[in-house]
Ligand binder design. Structure first.
Ligand code: ATP
Length: 644
């Protein structure tokens, strides 16, 4: 894969999506909201076509599936039982320099020279000590018998570089790091530096040479040192001289920010669920809470800010303050009002299993389908809409007897592959990954990921998982309500097993756009070849099915006929009428948004030249650009047969 070309291709796709009204950044006029997207007039049509087709093949065309539409706000008990409260977490790391957050398991292993620092002191104090060391008797500090040995420990067998203009520098201690760190600590305790830090830090010289490491040369100081200076500057040393100890060549590390080389925090689990509150619960009045906590009658006592001594805890506490809460009172009020935005649509299906079973009177195997929004506070939303914080899922929970689980897993994998081909995604760009044991949820006996070759790489479109009866069992145990099925064949009560094909609407929309995006050559008005941008959507998915044009907008009979055709087609499909501009340009505009057919009303339609062509129009095909002459009365039949 040519990464450069693919990055360019993705850029073009994103820009087309905005330019033509498929997808916009949410809250764009206020600077946007990360990981959240709005669909414009064409995007919403594409999305609807996809969802409708999924519903058609998964629900309407089957006897064994019924649908439902569950709520987004979810009782904590549901997500506790499903395991989302405890287990739905990604390991997360933060850059200690910029605070940027990464998913630890998605970092590419790096190699490079790592520079270790034990702390930093302020430039002015350090620079004076450097200058005064040659004349100790004239220095108030070097002349002190208690301090001179400590200073010699720092300055002997070390090298340093100070930039007087920028008031910044580094000091490299070559050996005896433990002893020399103690000496530095003692000097700091004697307050001989006006600012200092003993917070350890390290940085990787991400672009460095494997064979050698240069701390500084005429051109620049090592990027690792620059990163460290910035790190200590952010921790209050305005003009830092950083104290460097050893350097080591490191391979296969994911401890450093791939963008700047700064050390990352250790991975922490980060729950992806959005928590909210229901009912008339306002923010607690913090001052009241604090007063009641300490039992005072006056204003709330100031609360000490959190102090983070270790470098790694910085990111956890930055920007937060601690408020003393009357936890006993808060807990009960809070518990009662907490709700979660569902992280997947599946759980509402499991929770409603018994109700739906009763009303639908289905026998195993049967399925419950749902399309709806899900929310995940993704650490790193990226790749346009691919990983969003708010997205839609199309999920089927297909319940069965345990003996049929593995067989139905294969069946649904094949069905789902067919689905993607039927919406215009080439089989060549689809891949099935058999998820290995160690990556699968512990309760799953088999999972396939259906992946697609996006311009940014091969990524998951859908998961097809055999989830055993884990979910129903969990909900039965926790709710103490029976979720059993009475099997009339065996006269047994069982908790059915389930196979789940779970697809993302937004990811599939993105795959449809990526798959459809093409550039080819077409003649312009004067017959010169030019680049044509088009979206080769499958007609089933295309937002607009047919555009209707009068050849000229100022010829009333042409306009009237074109509008008549629009009214003829409208009950059958989404039609667009356009009379503005040259006909070639109108075709181009439709090509760019993927309209598969264009109908043009011309003078032949009016029978002006050849009476045999009266009541006929040209029907143009987007991909081949071929035009055929068809009778108006045939149009509905021809088009609907091609759109099915
Ligand atoms: P990933 O590994 O990419 O985070 P996942 O395996 O957690 O995905 P599932 O929980 O299996 O995803 O969800 C089923 C489907 O929902 C996915 O295949 C995908 O199409 C969609 N989906 C999941 N998370 C997101 C997201 N953050 N943005 C858009 N779609 C998503």
């Amino acid at each position: 894969m040519d990464s450069n070309t693919d990055a360019q291709r993705m850029e073009k796709i994103v820009s087309l999506c905005k330019r033509r009204g498929f997808i916009f950044q949410s809250s764009e006029i206020y600077g946007g909201l990360n990981g959240v997207w709005d669909y414009g007039p064409l995007g919403v049509e594409l999305k609807r076509n996809l969802k409708n087709y999924w519903w058609r093949v998964m629900v309407h065309e089957r006897d064994d599936v019924v649908g439902m539409d569950g709520s987004i706000l979810t009782q904590p008990a549901v997500v506790r039982a499903s395991g989302h409260m405890e287990g739905f977490a990604d390991p997360m790391v933060d850059c200690l320099l910029t605070g940027k957050r990464f998913r630890a398991d998605q970092l590419e292993p790096q190699q490079g020279w790592v520079l270790n620092f034990i702390g930093a002191v302020d430039f002015d104090s350090f620079n004076s000590l450097v200058k005064e060391q040659n004349f100790p008797e004239r220095s108030a500090i070097w002349s002190r018998v208690d301090l001179a040995p400590l200073l010699r420990q720092i300055f002997t067998n070390s090298s340093w570089h100070v930039d007087e203009k920028r008031r910044i520098g580094y000091c490299h201690l070559h050996d005896q790091f433990v002893e020399r760190k103690e000496a530095l600590r003692a000097l700091i305790a004697e307050r001989i530096f006006s600012a200092s830090s003993l917070q350890p830090f390290s940085a990787m010289d991400i672009r460095g040479d494997r064979n050698s490491v240069t701390l500084s040369d005429a051109r620049q100081v090592n990027p690792g040192i620059i990163v460290a200076q910035e790190f200590y500057r952010k921790r209050g040393i305005r003009s830092p001289v950083v104290i460097l100890t050893n350097l080591q060549w490191t391979e296969h590390s994911t401890r450093y920010n791939p963008e700047n080389g700064s050390l990352l925090t250790r991975p922490r689990e980060f729950n992806l669920m959005f928590k909210t509150r229901t009912g008339p619960v306002e923010e607690f009045d913090q001052s009241v809470m604090a007063v009641s906590a300490v039992g005072a009658t006056g204003p709330a006592a100031p609360i000490a800010p959190v102090t983070a001594s270790a470098a790694e805890s910085f990111a956890q506490t930055a920007g937060t303050s601690v408020i003393a809460e009357d936890t006993s009172r808060a807990a009960t009020t809070e518990e009662a009002s907490v709700a979660y935005l569902r992280p997947e649509t599946a759980q509402s299906i499991f929770v409603q299993f018994k109700n739906i079973l009763e009303v639908s009177r289905k026998k195993l195997p049967f399925g419950i389908a749902q399309i709806g929004k899900a929310f995940r506070n993704e650490i790193n939303p990226r790749n346009f809409t691919f990983r969003s914080r708010e997205f839609e899922q199309m999920e089927l929970e297909y319940f069965c007897r345990p003996q049929r689980g593995m067989e139905l897993l294969e069946y649904w994998k094949e069905e789902r592959l067919k689905f993607y081909e039927n919406i215009g995604i080439s089989r060549d760009n689809l891949h099935v990954r058999n998820v290995p044991d160690e990556e699968r949820a512990f309760y799953s006996k088999g999972t396939y990921d259906i992946e697609y070759d996006f311009p940014f790489g091969r990524q998951e479109l859908e998961g097809v998982a055999y989830r055993t009866n884990y979910d129903l069992k969990q909900h039965q145990d926790q709710s103490k309500k029976s979720l059993e099925y009475f099997d009339e064949e065996s006269k047994e009560r069982i908790i059915p097993h389930v196979v789940e094909p779970s697809a993302g609407v937004d990811r599939t929309v993105l795959a449809l756009i990526c798959e459809a995006y093409a550039e080819d050559e077409a003649p312009d008005e004067k017959g010169h070849m030019e680049t044509r941008t088009l979206l080769r959507f499958h007609p089933r998915m295309a937002p607009i099915k047919c555009a209707v044009f009068p050849l000229l907008k100022n010829k009333e009979p042409l306009v009237a006929k074109a509008k008549e055709i629009v009214n003829l087609l409208r009950p059958h499909m989404f039609v667009f009428y356009d009379e503005a501009g040259a006909i070639g340009r109108r075709y181009r505009r439709q090509d760019e948004i993927g309209t598969p057919f264009c109908v043009t009303v011309d003078f032949e339609t009016l029978g002006e030249k050849n009476p045999a062509l009266r009541e006929t129009v040209t029907l143009r095909d987007r991909d081949s650009m071929q035009q055929e002459r068809v009778a108006i009365r045939e149009l509905v039949n021809i088009l609907t047969s091609r759109l099915r």
